[in-house]
Write a protein that binds this ligand. Sequence first.
Ligand code: B16
Ligand code: MG
Length: 218
Amino acid sequence: MIEGVIFDLDGVLVTTDDCHYEAWKRMADEEGMPFDREVNRRLRGVSRMESLDIILENAGRVYSGEERTALAKRKNAYYVDMIHGLGKDAILSGALETLEKLRRLGIKLAIGSSSKNAPAILDRLGLAGYFDTVADGNQIHRSKPDPDVFLLAANKLGLQPANCLVVEDADAGVEAAVRAGMRVLAVGAAKGNPRATVQAESLGTFDLSAYLSGENRA
Ligand code: B16
Ligand code: MG
């Protein structure tokens, strides 16, 4: 029985995955570091500092702790600037319809995001009211692929992991959900991940409420 759905935020509900890429790209270009969409794929779902470490693998020299902190701070400033400019068109296709249908079915809803900016994005786009609880990068020490953020979300919902389904666009997030003992719908960049329970292009091409109704009847 699926009683709760835990949504990743960036790349599942909103287009901010692209803002993360643009902000890292600006920083990397300024520093003369190689960075492209292929490397960016490995950044999906992982924390800010771990993302920076992946970019620095190709940087050609070792960066001190102070330098790393400054680079991450600069990227975040670029990112925060971008999210201040976001409007409702940043909400991905099918997201609102899915949230509304699941609420009508009585399914509990949570956010499980690695991002420390998740609360600001939810407020800015008027999404906060859809969720019973939010677990994000401010509340955990180990980000995806560790299961912590999803286990925290389930705990805050008062549900067992086996009764939760995660929606993810990151391979690291699919892995985190599997390690948490949850089922997982892989969308976007994670579509095709063999570890996922079910796959779809996006929430716009998949009727999650019909899927859950079917699973819960079976
Ligand atoms: P921040 P998600 C993740 O969010 C992003 O996918 C990842 O690219 C980012 O590095 C991470 O949040 C941390 O974000 O720098 O805003 O704290 O996909 O788990 O919602
Ligand atoms: Mg994501």
